[in-house]
Design a protein around this ligand. Structure first.
Ligand code: OFO
Length: 174
């Protein structure tokens, strides 16, 4: 049976993951209309991933005698200053999520809730991977600066780094 304090903390995490999913979706839309289709594809896929992260917590709570609640979230921004700003914000967003995961993991340990502690290890690794990926994109952006052909190249590269997001025309035809 899930510890009630952990259930409340995980419920907040559900909210954070749902917001991350909406935020990436909004950023993907902005990239799409600005002509960065490869980056949009990458961010649409990130949005799907965040929803999957949220669902994993929902199932963990429900499978352990808790009751997960569908979160109400703020609307993410629609417009972004420029390409670089988006990825700086992605890093901030990921760091917020990482901090929250670390806090809940610490709480689980202090409450001797080893099942939750074990469950959260997956999120710790996932956040490390995500932060590493964003930092690598930011490093490339530092080299590129505002060079148009550099941005074109990174946009093409990001398309190859992402799985096909759900709900695409290609997927519907398959
Ligand atoms: Fe949920 O993985 Fe990042 O935020």
């Amino acid at each position: 049976m899930i510890n009630k304090e952990i259930e409340t903390a995980l419920q907040k995490q559900i909210e954070l993951e749902a917001y991350a999913s909406a935020y990436y979706l909004s950023m993907a839309c902005w990239m799409d209309v600005e002509g960065f289709e490869g980056t949009a594809q990458y961010l649409y896929a990130q949005s799907d991933e965040e929803r999957m992260h949220m669902l994993k917590i929902v199932h963990f709570i429900n499978d352990n005698d808790g009751h997960a609640e569908v979160p109400s979230i703020d609307r993410p921004p629609k417009d972004f200053e420029d390409y670089h700003t988006c990825f700086n914000q992605v890093l901030k967003q990921e760091q917020t999520v990482t901090n929250s995961i670390h806090k809940i993991t610490k709480l689980a340990l202090s409450l001797d809730d080893h099942a939750s502690h074990n469950f959260l290890q997956w999120y710790i690794s996932e956040q490390m991977e995500e932060e590493k990926n964003v930092k690598s994109i930011l490093n490339k952006l530092k080299i590129i600066g505002n060079d148009g052909s550099g941005l074109y190249l990174i946009d093409t590269e990001l398309a190859t780094m992402s799985p096909q997001p759900t709900g695409t025309v290609m997927e519907e035809k398959a």
